[in-house]
Design a protein around this ligand. Structure first.
Ligand code: PEP
Ligand code: MG
Length: 840
């Protein structure tokens, strides 16, 4: 196939060129030539040609120079397949020597000619001869003496004459650029941007458009939309008597592109050239099917287009540009869906640190929940709530959070924890409620005075302003400038188009009415996991829950639970109402009871007082409830079987709420999910309990209702025994948080301590609580789904662990024909887009 392409190609409208052979820049230049733009003569070298040059073969200089005529002035630019993969710096003014300089003095004046000569020697010394760049300074006034001095310096350093012929200069430039591409740092850099290990480099050799000389001469860069918002807006810079992209790097002297109150503009100074550029922009947008950034020169009033690249853009602009191109019929809608990286949407849903803001990084942790937040540092949930009451934004820092901190977390703008990983309590809650969160910031410690000690002897005191960036894991000192989130029309439009291709459902994990509202707003197709225990931590309820725990008899606990019943029923009614007939999957109570108990003496005293019980009794009961390994202890279905009243109360609340919410509109069909199952018998027992409650509610109310009972597969045994479990379940939903914990034998709350070292040393590719381990945990999912389906072919199969929203998990679950994925409400848009991209 390669043989069909020349290794050295003059770019003409009909030359054979491909981005995978000559690189994206070469292909783009050819398109510009085809559009009839005034593009200087350009020759492209293929990846193969450059590769051979890097290996030592002499560059085919005679062939390259042929179309440029005698005594050419040239520039060479890199042309990698994807512009984001980078490449060596462009080198301009190749061909400059004393004779050429003398002729230039006549045509453009001595000073301008000196300036070009100096720039060439400087960049040749730095990039080709690899001399110390600090030695070669451009003087303020480009005199003939300065040129002679710089040449002499070069010759002294190199102990050889400065090369004078275009042939030698070009050969050396090509050789150095070809070699630079093979260097380790260039390779690592591009691989980090997704380039394959053997990515090729093409080079383009172009006749130099001077930009320096008499009349209106200069160079600049122009774009036609705002690179942050994507709104139409002509932007750029133009610098008289300059070359390349200098206009973008100078601190003063450049002209604005359009009229601007702050100073001169190209639009006013050279209206014809401006109009020509605007027309070029419109045409290239349509024909190149992309928003471009165009590099141009003006040479005595005549515009030349040197180069065009895809406009570098922020996430908001990425969405807007794709949608506008499709709306204008320039690209198809499915192409627009493919063009926006799913990760860009995450950035749009939360405030971000302004890219231009100063970042004073004090410490780093794991980026657990995206978005940025700024506020005053507080050390306790209580203080966060007080701050909220005063209208003062707070960032809550804890060693780790526990369910008791929920109210404070909701009150805070962001969370930092010193311990914990991607599925620690803080991380899960943070993602669930869309709260920026950095966990496992192990370099921080809180001292006895309540001061936060950071690396390098820095100290953050309560009340100090801090900013956290939950997208990078950084903790910054001070109040960094933030930019707001936007779910604008383009965003919604893009997702509507995405949904037309998606072939796997997307639900949200939502515990509260607030979560459910976010889920609706992001158009989730129901709730895939409602963790009911979170409802018990709300004000007033934790006290009732403690009364349940301290009940002496079953009657007593039932009496307390009957006071919790209307509260739970109210929770569910609100959820059903908000979700308007969409499925709502409610997980029965899961955590170990001790999570509802205080851990310190003072808390215990308060609790004893509240319960009206002797301190010693309370202390004894708390001790009795203590488990060595609570995550593997009496929680989930085990608690449901040992203390059946709790599940019975919850089932009743669900059914009564379904009847109530169904009165107003469509009947509600609740889904009830049993957590931490490891044996089919557990399901049978709970199913019996739930059926009995349903029968009782039906007979008491005379109402009819349906419900679905399913199992959360989050222990390895449940996956292995899915065939017998499926006999009693109408759906299986994989809880990959616990499943990952148990498959690896890795504590979700402690793994953060060594995860950094594990990932750095390549023991794990990534934190498996963050990125689904498709090899191991994935195999359990495959086994569970296959065995469940063998018993019950139409069984619903889903995932509801924290992995659910990630592109990797979606790809896996789609491949295994899962019915839906369920993820934090704020990840729903990302999941919808990724799922569509996989289907297109
Ligand atoms: C899980 O284990 O994957 C899950 C969703 O449940 P939780 O995180 O509440 O344990
Ligand atoms: Mg779980």
């Amino acid at each position: 196939q390669h043989a069909r392409f020349e290794t050295v190609t003059l770019i003409t409208p009909t030359a054979r060129m491909a981005p995978s052979v000559h690189g994206g820049r070469a292909k783009c230049l050819q398109r510009l030539v085809r559009l009839g733009f005034n593009v200087p003569t350009t020759v492209a070298l293929s990846f193969d040609a450059v590769h051979e040059i890097a290996l030592g073969k002499a560059p085919p200089v005679a062939e390259i120079l042929e179309p440029f005529g005698p005594a050419p002035l040239l520039c060479v630019r890199p042309s990698s397949q994807d512009q984001d993969w980078g490449g060596p710096s462009a080198i301009l003014n190749i061909g400059m020597n004393d004779a050429r300089h003398a002729r230039l003095c006549e045509s453009i004046g001595e000073e301008a000619a000196n300036a070009l000569y100096l720039r060439f020697i400087q960049s040749y010394a730095e990039h080709v001869a690899r001399l110390d760049p600090d030695l070669f300074h451009l003087p303020d006034t480009p005199t003939a003496e300065a040129v002679a001095a710089m040449r002499a310096l070069y010759e002294e350093e190199m102990e050889e004459p400065f090369p004078d012929t275009p042939e030698v200069q070009l050969a050396e430039v090509l050789r150095s650029m070809a070699r630079a591409w093979k260097g380790t740092s260039a390779r690592l850099l591009r691989q980090s941007k997704g380039a394959p290990a053997d990515a090729g480099l093409g080079l383009v050799v172009q006749a130099l458009a001077l930009g320096v000389g008499p009349g209106e001469s200069g160079s600049g860069v122009i774009a036609f939309v705002n690179s942050e918002t994507g709104e139409p807006q002509i932007t750029g810079r133009y610098l008289r008597q300059s070359q390349g992209r200098e206009a973008l790097s100078v601190s003063s002297g450049a002209l604005y592109i359009t009229r601007d109150a702050r100073g001169k503009s190209l639009e006013e100074e050279a209206p014809e050239a401006f109009a020509e550029l605007v027309a070029a922009g419109e045409l290239s947008r349509i024909r190149l099917r992309e928003e471009m950034q165009v590099e141009f020169t003006i040479d005595s009033g005549r515009v030349a287009i040197l180069d065009a690249v895809r406009l570098p853009r922020g996430p908001r602009a990425a969405v807007k540009i794709a949608v506008e191109l499709a709306s204008d019929g320039i690209i198809a809608r499915d192409e627009a869906v493919m063009r926006v990286p799913a990760s860009a949407l995450t950035a749009l849903l939360h405030p971000q640190v302004d890219p231009g803001a100063r970042r004073d990084v004090v410490a780093r942790g794991i980026a657990a929940s995206p978005g940025a937040a700024t506020g005053r540092l507080v050390l306790t949930a209580q203080e966060a709530q007080e701050g909220e009451a005063r209208g003062e934004p707070c960032i809550l820092i804890r060693r780790e959070t526990s369910p008791e901190d929920i109210r404070g977390m909701q009150a805070a703008e962001g969370i930092i924890t010193i311990r914990g990983g991607m599925t620690s309590h803080a991380a899960v809650i943070g993602r669930g409620i869309g709260l920026p969160c950095v966990v496992g910031a192990g370099d921080l410690s809180i001292d006895r005075q309540g001061h936060v000690q950071a690396p390098g002897g820095r100290v953050l005191k309560p009340g100090d302003w801090v900013t956290i960036d939950g997208s990078t894991g950084e903790i910054l000192a001070g109040e960094a400038k933030l930019i707001e989130a936007g779910m604008d029309d383009s965003f919604r439009t893009l997702l509507t188009w995405a949904d037309q291709h998606r072939d796997i459902g997307v639900r949200a994990n939502a515990d509260t009415p607030g979560d459910a509202q976010v889920a609706r707003r992001f158009e989730a197709e129901g709730i895939g996991l409602c963790r009911t225990e979170h409802m018990f931590f709300e004000d007033g309820r934790i006290g009732l829950m403690r009364e349940v725990i301290f009940s002496e008899t079953e009657e007593e606990s039932k009496a307390v639970l009957s006071r919790l019943l209307p509260l739970q029923r109210g929770d569910f009614i609100r959820l059903f109402e908000i979700m308007q007939g969409q499925p709502v999957c409610i997980r029965l109570f899961d955590p170990p009871l001790h999570e509802f108990l205080p851990t310190d003496k003072r808390g215990l005293k308060d609790m004893a007082e509240g319960l009206g019980k002797p301190f010693a009794d309370v202390q004894a009961r708390v001790e009795a409830l203590t488990e060595y390994n609570p995550m593997l202890g009496m929680r989930g279905v085990r608690l449901g079987i040992a203390v059946p009243q709790i599940y019975e109360m919850q089932a009743r609340a669900i059914f009564e709420a379904a009847i109530e919410a169904g009165r107003a509109g469509e009947p509600v069909v609740p889904e009830i999910m049993i957590p931490l199952v490891s044996a089919a018998k557990e399901v049978e027992v709970v199913k019996g309990m739930v059926e009995a409650v349903a029968a009782a509610v039906r007979s008491e109310t005379g109402a009819t209702f349906d419900y679905r009972l399913g199992v959360m597969v989050e222990t390895p045994r449940a996956a292995l025994r899915a065939a017998d479990i499926a006999a009693h379940a109408s759906f299986l939903s994989f809880g990959t948080n616990d499943l990952t914990q148990m498959a690896y034998g890795l504590s979700r709350d402690d793994a953060g301590r060594f995860m950094g070292a594990y990932v750095r040393r390549g023991v794990y590719e990534e934190d498996p609580f963050h990125l689904l381990d498709v090899e191991g945990v994935g195999e359990l999912l495959q086994i569970g789904a296959a065995r469940g389906r063998a018993t019950r072919p139409d069984i619903t199969v889903a995932i509801c662990g924290e992995h659910g929203g990630s592109p990797r998990a979606i790809e896996f679950c789609r491949g295994e024909r899962f019915t839906y994925v369920s993820c934090s409400p704020y990840r729903v848009p990302v999941a919808r887009l990724s799922a569509a991209q996989l289907a297109i």
